[in-house]
Design a protein around this ligand. Structure first.
Ligand code: HEC
Ligand code: HEC
Ligand code: HEC
Ligand code: HEC
Ligand code: HEC
Ligand code: HEC
Length: 499
């Protein structure tokens, strides 16, 4: 059988030019992709190594996205080669397989070489620019808060209303330093996986177990040497009665300090010389049965609750840090009670127009709804039926709907209920998880001190009207607005919702 002559291209100076199965468009694009992603990988890796940036999303790019493109590129080279080899074998079994030769003395090779070098240079430059820009984007609040929109929406919305609305997500969630480098890397990849396969939990569970110790992150800005002293706070409430009677507490919170200067007050737990460790039996760290203190230069204590006589598992012992009290520094989903009271305080709802306002609004906000549209309809219906004739009713309803949208996220099941706020003790046990009568250290030190109502704060005034301007520097005895509390924890009755 006669062998057909090989095809001759017009500007080919060698009629039997070597032809490789790699010379095809698929393999060529694969090679470009592989080279680009390899370069991006090296580049990102260098940023991480030399700048000490510990952004987990940079990690996703470096160790997940770039290699994925690299592998895709390599597979394309191989695939193109396989396909093309078969085609070559079919059309031209006799073509000799020779190595690619570049001869710079040939004008055509010289020209191609220059074009190739320029192209490669521009390509790599663009890749570098692209990956650097992507890297910066992943650091931004926009990326963290909106890329996986529905998942992070609750945190992002609540964050914009908080004190830390100008602090980037990564400053608290990743921080600097080398220790958490690998952890955040693995975590980043896992997040990507759970997002891709819809495997994430609703609500996103807290506590976050691989969060950096808060001292590394919070203390970038709140250095412990700063002595805070006492802070005066007003807690303005409304009762759930017909006239929505105001009821206020003015407290002097003894925040104190833990660094240079006097160590004491609430931040005593964070002093460099003090260490408080605890063991909680539940996932949310609410039921604390064991506490150990160690104080430099003094004796520590071990406190145990009720029938917990054993030793806690070593890996479950947690050293107390900022987020054990400040659980919601950036994403504070507010409880319905606070929301109504705040709207009244800010003059957005006129309490005088709506008898039993607090009760009805708190009930409407506390109910369970499948999604936001359902909530909007049902909240409106409930409040319209309560106040059929009030002139400012529609603006009140719109205000309540807005409160709902900013603090409740039914799709992610995120709301105040899902996330304990440990800063006080009214709606959650908070401080009373440890400061109670049940954690005992034996005969010599029966219980953790500071249990009476004027030890963490001084109650300066309580009630309404004139009562609030008669301040008692040494503190007054607490008067509960409604009946006896009979030794119960505040949070046994108060839950932020209907009560
Ligand atoms: C001031 C520090 C800080 C900033 C800024 C911050 N967070 Fe958080 N975040 C926390 C703390 C503390 C927790 C709770 C950790 C715990 O309880 O273990 C948390 C929890 C979360 C959770 C878990 C679910 C939850 O609500 O508890 C998600 C998701 C989250 N943050 C996302 C974000 C996003 C997105 C941003 C930026 C828009 C951001 N965070 C900014 C400190 C911060
Ligand atoms: C990048 C800097 C930065 C980081 C990191 C940071 N904060 Fe803050 N924080 C601020 C600034 C700024 C304010 C003051 C905001 C204001 O005055 O309105 C503030 C305010 C606060 C307040 C007082 C809010 C109030 O009621 O007045 C608390 C409490 C707080 N931060 C706790 C934390 C905790 C806990 C962490 C770590 C999880 C943390 N911060 C991390 C910058 C930061
Ligand atoms: C034992 C619980 C507890 C721990 C632990 C704790 N705090 Fe606080 N912190 C409080 C309380 C209570 C307040 C009073 C303000 C309030 O109620 O919001 C406060 C107030 C603050 C304020 C506001 C002070 C001001 O001047 O406006 C900042 C900032 C703060 N804490 C940061 C931190 C940081 C950072 C850490 C970790 C190093 C930390 N806290 C650890 C309970 C705690
Ligand atoms: C994990 C347990 C635990 C939690 C939670 C806790 N504390 Fe403490 N606290 C202790 C221990 C233990 C001591 C030291 C007890 C002693 O010396 O009697 C202490 C001491 C104190 C002191 C006295 C400091 C001094 O000057 O000697 C104050 C004030 C205080 N806590 C306030 C708070 C407040 C406010 C909260 C909640 C925001 C809180 N604590 C949450 C364990 C805890
Ligand atoms: C271990 C410290 C500690 C002890 C003991 C303590 N409190 Fe408090 N209390 C706090 C802190 C911290 C806050 C501030 C919470 C916040 O900023 O949201 C607070 C807030 C309050 C408030 C205002 C809460 C609100 O939302 O209106 C009242 C009222 C109050 N305490 C009453 C009491 C009474 C009554 C007792 C005694 C049974 C008591 N406290 C004992 C730490 C303590
Ligand atoms: C036996 C249940 C019970 C206990 C325990 C209890 N409360 Fe109350 N509390 C109530 C009731 C009922 C009201 C009246 C509700 C209303 O009018 O909205 C109320 C009203 C209040 C109010 C004003 C209205 C509001 O919703 O904020 C405050 C503040 C308050 N309590 C603080 C506390 C504190 C702090 C503790 C713990 C020291 C505590 N309560 C313990 C049942 C209780």
């Amino acid at each position: 059988m006669p062998v057909p002559p090989p095809p001759v291209s017009p500007d080919n100076d060698n009629p039997r030019a070597p032809r490789s199965a790699f010379e095809n468009w698929i393999s060529l694009s694969g090679a470009v992709l592989a080279a680009g992603s390899f370069f991006a990988f090296i580049f990102l890796f260098a940023i991480e190594t030399f700048t000490g940036d510990r952004n987990q999303y940079l990690g996703i790019l470096t160790f997940v996205v770039a290699p994925l493109f690299l592998i895709t590129g390599l597979l394309a080279i191989l695939g193109g080669w396989l396909i093309h080899r078969r085609r070559l074998a079919r059309t031209d079994p006799e073509t000799p397989r020779a190595l690619l030769t570049i001869d710079l003395s040939r004008p055509r090779d010289r020209r191609n070489f220059v074009v190739f070098l320029t192209g490669a240079f521009v390509f790599l430059l663009l890749t570098a620019f692209g990956s650097y820009e992507t890297f910066h984007y992943t650091e931004s609040v926009e990326f963290c808060g909106t890329l996986c929109h529905s998942v992070m929406e609750p945190e992002h919305v609540a964050y914009q209303k908080g004190e830390h609305a100008r602090v980037a997500c990564v400053q608290c969630h990743v921080g600097g330093g080398a220790g958490y480098y690998l952890k955040s890397k693995i975590n980043g990849a896992r997040q990507l996986y759970s997002l891709a396969f819809n495997k994430y939990n609703r609500p996103i569970p807290t506590p976050i177990h691989n969060l950096r110790p808060a001292q590394d992150t919070c203390e970038q800005c709140h250095w412990p040497e700063r002595f805070t002293g006492s802070l005066e706070r007003r807690y303005d409430h409304l009762l759930s009665d017909k006239p929505n009677t105001p009821h206020t507490f003015r407290l002097l919170l003894k925040v104190g300090g833990g660094g240079a200067g006097p160590v004491g007050g609430i931040h005593w737990h964070m002093a460099k010389t003090n260490k408080v460790e605890y063991y909680a039996t539940d996932e949310k760290r609410q039921d604390i049965v064991w506490v150990r203190t160690s104080v430099a230069g003094g004796a520590g204590h071990v406190y145990r609750k009720g029938d917990f006589t054993g030793e806690p598992p070593a890996e479950a012992i947690r050293t107390m840090d900022c987020v054990d009290c400040h659980t919601r520094p950036a994403h504070n989903f507010r409880p319905p009670n606070d929301l109504v009271e705040q709207a009244v305080r800010h003059g957005r709802i006129a309490a005088a127009d709506f008898p039993l306002l607090k009760r009805h609004v708190a009930a409407a906000l506390s109910a369970e709804y499948a999604d936001v549209p359902e909530a909007m309809t049902k909240i409106a219906a409930a409040l319209q039926s309560r106040y059929p004739a009030s002139p400012s009713r529609d603006s009140m309803v719109a205000e309540v709907q807005q409160l709902y949208r900013e603090n409740f996220f039914p799709l992610m099941k995120a709301s105040w209920k899902a996330y304990p706020n440990n800063i006080g003790h009214k709606n959650w046990p908070g401080c009373f998880r440890c400061h109670n009568d049940e954690l005992l250290a034996g005969a010599a030190t029966p219980r953790i001190t500071q249990n009476d109502c004027n030890s963490c704060h001084t109650i300066l005034a309580q009630g309404r009207g004139d009562q609030l301007s008669q301040l008692a520097p040494e503190g007054v005895e607490f008067v509960h607005p409604e009946g006896e509390t009979s030794g119960l924890l505040c949070s046994d009755c108060h839950n932020g919702g209907n009560q």
